[in-house]
Design a binder for this molecule. Sequence first.
Ligand SMILES: CC(C)(COP(=O)(O)OP(=O)(O)OC[C@H]1O[C@@H](n2cnc3c(N)ncnc32)[C@H](O)[C@@H]1OP(=O)(O)O)[C@@H](O)C(=O)NCCC(=O)NCCS
Length: 155
Amino acid sequence: MGDGGGGVVVIRSARVGDGPAVASVFASARAEMTYLPVLHTAEEQVAFISACVAGGSWVEVAEVVPDQVVGFCAVRDGSVDHLYVTPERQGSGIGRALLNRAMAAYPLGLSLRVFELNDRARSFYFREGFVEWERTDGSGNEEQVPDIVMWWHGR
Ligand SMILES: CC(C)(COP(=O)(O)OP(=O)(O)OC[C@H]1O[C@@H](n2cnc3c(N)ncnc32)[C@H](O)[C@@H]1OP(=O)(O)O)[C@@H](O)C(=O)NCCC(=O)NCCS
């Protein structure tokens, strides 16, 4: 991606050592989602995200060259488990670039869950081609907050 004044952003595969930097992006974005209960300590979040980066998931990061991780996307079993951009970098095309990379890697389709209250992410996913599949009362997620399953049918 080009330089929008804040440095050159590249999308690349995550490396095992990215765990703490990716966890920091996750924490900063989640801190703004004030409708969610805080269920875990910072240490638990780092352990959770580092495990996700280290194995089992397809993970790509957005990096401001040379070494500042500002966003990431994690996919597991055809589901986008995480897509987060650090707040000060949101709205500059990074989320779209990460999601488009995932869509290219999973041309048979992708699903995801988004909290019902997350209007901005819902409209973002809709613009990128995802449609609403199912609404839940939140009893199936850890936060117990109503969410929506969205689906992109692939290309
Ligand atoms: C949802 C999220 C991942 C989207 O990523 P993003 O980088 O902010 O998204 P993009 O910049 O690619 O596109 C979003 C907006 O920027 C605009 N945009 C896209 N490219 C742009 C560019 N080059 N310059 C300026 N604006 C741009 C889009 O039109 C869009 O407009 P909106 O503000 O009305 O939504 C990000 O906002 C985020 O991390 N949110 C908090 C965590 C979250 O909700 N994650 C999803 C969990 S399911």
